[in-house]
Design a protein. Structure first.
Ligand code: NAP
Length: 281
């Protein structure tokens, strides 16, 4: 069995690859630019070119693949339905799709539509509907934390159900290890507690031993600041959109699906902050 890991250079794909490797499962890493990937990661991985916007890359990327870790990247013009069609034609046996918590109630988002497409394809699937990535703190929130010692995001006082991407990756790799057990199941994977960003700032202050605050900007102030710092408008709107449900108090649900699937407790945010501390130094 060989798994195709899409989005390998991103948060989830990379951790899925690590988890598959730890379990001794075979996998190939899909990237848009194989040369760049080899330069960056060396020869430890088997890279194959895949661009969801370019159907000419689909067949070759899927050759010899039995299972797919499928993520949906940001950006438009993706030929996702065609990719699924090709996977079906090439008799892929299982897709584990990275979706988002509550996707089933949100018909206007990509994940709702993609889940529907995957179901329609008839390929056995597992949906991993994820809470808010802890790794956002070392990704798009990193610069402000590092430079200005603040979490700068328009999330109000609402709580969100943080999850460590490494825990998601564990669930994903288990779905490939025993696809029959996880066939046509949907899991909502969160950490064990919902937190607001003031609490996260306190925890960062405690673990990193440096004062971090949460400044709770309005969406308008956030946008103005980000535009004045040259950030892309599309990206800014996505960040505002992601945090709006949190602000409304709609993102705080936690589940025990991680414990049920893995038999373990999910990582706490303190562990995540400790493990990733070099990102903010
Ligand atoms: N952040 C959260 O809190 C959160 C929570 C729940 C669900 N999610 C979902 O997680 C997904 C994002 O996952 P992530 O954070 O792991 O990704 P990420 O770190 O944003 O990385 C994006 C990945 O997609 C690849 N990519 C971009 N355009 C592509 C294309 N046209 N064809 C093929 N690959 C392409 C990138 O590869 P290149 O190196 O080629 O650019 C990169 O590996 C989204 O669907 C999001 O909705 C996120």
């Amino acid at each position: 069995m060989t798994v195709l890991v899409t989005g390998f250079t991103g948060n989830s794909g990379y951790e899925v690859a690590q988890s598959l490797r730890n379990k001794g499962l075979l996998f190939k890493c899909a990237v848009r630019n194989t040369e760049k990937a080899i330069k960056h990661y060396g020869n430890k991985y088997d890279f194959v070119a895949l661009d969801f916007a370019d159907p000419d890359t689909f067949k070759r990327a899927l050759q010899g693949v039995n299972q797919i870790f499928l993520m949906y990247p940001p950006g438009g013009s993706l030929r996702f339905a065609e990719f699924l069609e090709q996977a079906k034609q090439m008799e892929v046996q299982h897709i584990t799709y990275l979706s988002v918590k509550d996707a089933q109630f949100l018909p206007f988002i990509h994940h709702y539509k993609n889940e529907k497409l995957i179901r329609k394809s008839g390929i056995p699937y597992t949906f991993v509907r994820a809470g808010y990535f802890m790794q956002n703190l070392n990704d798009f929130l990193r610069e402000e934390i590092k430079e200005n010692r603040r979490i700068f995001v328009p999330a109000g006082k609402g709580k969100t159900s943080f999850v460590d991407v490494r825990d998601l990756a564990e669930v994903v790799s288990l779905s490939f290890q025993d696809p029959q057990l996880h066939k046509n199941k949907a899991y909502t994977i969160t950490g064990s507690e919902a937190l607001n960003f003031s609490q996260v700032a306190e925890k960062m202050t405690h673990v990193l031993r440096v004062a971090i605050s949460y400044t709770n900007p309005s969406a308008k102030d956030f946008k103005q600041y980000m535009v004045s710092h040259g950030k892309d408008k599309g990206f800014i709107n996505v960040v505002v959109g992601i945090h709006f449900p949190t602000k409304l108090g709609l993102a705080k649900g936690v589940t025990s699906d991680y414990q049920k699937v893995t038999g373990k407790q999910p990582r706490k945010i303190e562990t995540y902050i400790h493990d990733y501390q070099n990102f903010w130094k």
